[in-house]
Design a protein around this ligand. Sequence first.
Ligand code: WTA
Length: 633
Amino acid sequence: MSQLKTLEAYQKAYQKSIENPEEFWDEIAHQFLWKEKWTKTLEWNFAEPNIKWFINGKFNITENAIDRHLLTSANKTAFIWESNFVDKPNRIITYQNLHDEVCKVANTLKSFGVKKGDRVCIYMPMIPETIFAMLACARIGAVHSVVFAGFSASALAGRIQDSDCKVVLTTDGAYRGVKDIPIKAVVDEALQTCPFVEKVLIYKHTNTAITLTNRDVIWQNVVTNASQLCTPELMNSEDVLFILYTSGSTGKPKGVVHTCGGYMIYTCYSFQNVFQMNLDTDSKDLFWCTADVGWITGHSYIAYGPLLAGVSSVIFEGVPSFPDAGRFWNVIDKYKVTHFYTAPTAIRALEACGLEFVTPYKLNSLKVLGSVGEPINEEAWHWYHKNIGKENCPIVDTWWQTETGGILISALAGVTPTKPSFATLPLPGIQPLLVDEKGDEILGNNVEGNLCIKFPWPSIIRTTYGDHARCKQAYFETYPGLYFTGDGCRRDENGFYRITGRVDDVMNISGHRIGTAEVESAINSHTDVVESAVVGYPHDIKGQGIYAYVIAPSTTKNHDNLRKEILAEVTKIIGAIAKPDKIQIVSGLPKTRSGKIMRRILRKIAEGEITNLGDTSTLLDPAVVEEIVKGRI
Ligand code: WTA
């Protein structure tokens, strides 16, 4: 397989990938199992955008992720599942088990009438069945749309409607730490506005009481008896593999579309090279990505990447703080995890709990540590490096996005240099550049600008589901000819990249992307809210917190009550992850004479930078700023 093992090999591969990208990816793609080879490697323009890789190639991703390994590694562990409860027995799923279970779910979906191209929504917790469900869709060519099981009924309904899902897969309930969450009840509520959904398949997991309707089918009643053989559907490289919704600058989440061929090649290649696991069939290396499969990190580096590479990994149902803040370290020792991949917010939260939760554990199986989802501050980096990695494990700070499908900028563990809080260097095939406001490239080193990419890589977003114009507008129009990431970035004297954070109206709360417009629209749906403005502000644990400025009518006297109701409203419309940390009730918002809210000022106030608010003379009513500063929380 294509693992780069030295700095020179990386440099050579990078050079080649730029000079001749098609030949470079061609060679890598040839290492996969194809039923028919592609006739053209790449066709693209960023203007429409129209991006196609491995044109006319035919194959099925599950044959590459599962069947291909059966010859040599049928009994190798694909997954170890660790329950929410520390004393509950784990489950071991071998590649053979995985094959059989995926086929059973695939055949069940077929019996429901699901066909190639149909959309299937998966709203499930972190259990192996969730991965079986995703792969079962891929097996029969259905398009999965996984929705994080923390989203509310209304958020779920919006996503089911947007992609017109025929079937929903769910569980009765989910465990998250001490909580027992009634998942099926959320689906029931969502489906009140989705009459077109034909079937709901429910895996009984918590034995929470559920009400059944005509369209409901219990997983254990049908899947258990289904056939363990299912011929994979022949898919074209550019057939859709999945849709994953993510937040953007406007109120409505976008359905990011990834296709089969490019996504397969890039998630596998990036996984193999960034983490540098030993890929021998009898290797004892064990990967653990703590993300939820409802986000892109879970798609690419719990489900597809590790399976395509044929490695063993851990799936964890619980949360880092249950039963105590030593849970991650307990699991690492228990299974001898070698490669551990988590988010800075988790590192900071566990650091805050104190070293007494770390010292009982050896952590001597660890070889490589990873970070993803948000900028990792230097302090957290050093804590992670010293206390978890015992100064022996390289940290790969991996920068990427839902839209990029896989990691674009990162060190390759043990192969290329690392630097605290720097994602460092682009992977082969990735051509980053920094641009100024006008879109002119900023050359040289020791510079800062907006991060763009100038050439397509195999797993770049193809479209936003049902709205191609939105894809073009969001990523390809700001700087014509370039893919715009929405991130600000600095390039140091050595050419290493450091992502500084979003430059658009997207916040990053505990590594989760949330649009300010989405939160504002949820807040505004409260009848007592006249208008609101939401900004992110630095938060010690979450990276960013949500600060909401809300205008209420003067007749609303009980502001504490209003704050509580606003929190409930946001939880109902989006989910608990989008709840503001601070709500300041104000009588007005700083606006320009043309009515535009001056977010720059609100951001500064939220950050506590009140002495230098910049020029406020262009405001319609500068006095409002003084009032907001005085009432700051
Ligand atoms: C941020 C998550 C700094 C960034 C994989 C990006 C990061 C957004 C890093 C995408 C990192 C992700 N360093 N920032 N290593 N990784 N980000 O779509 O702002 O959930 O645009 O994908 O997270 O979030 P998404």
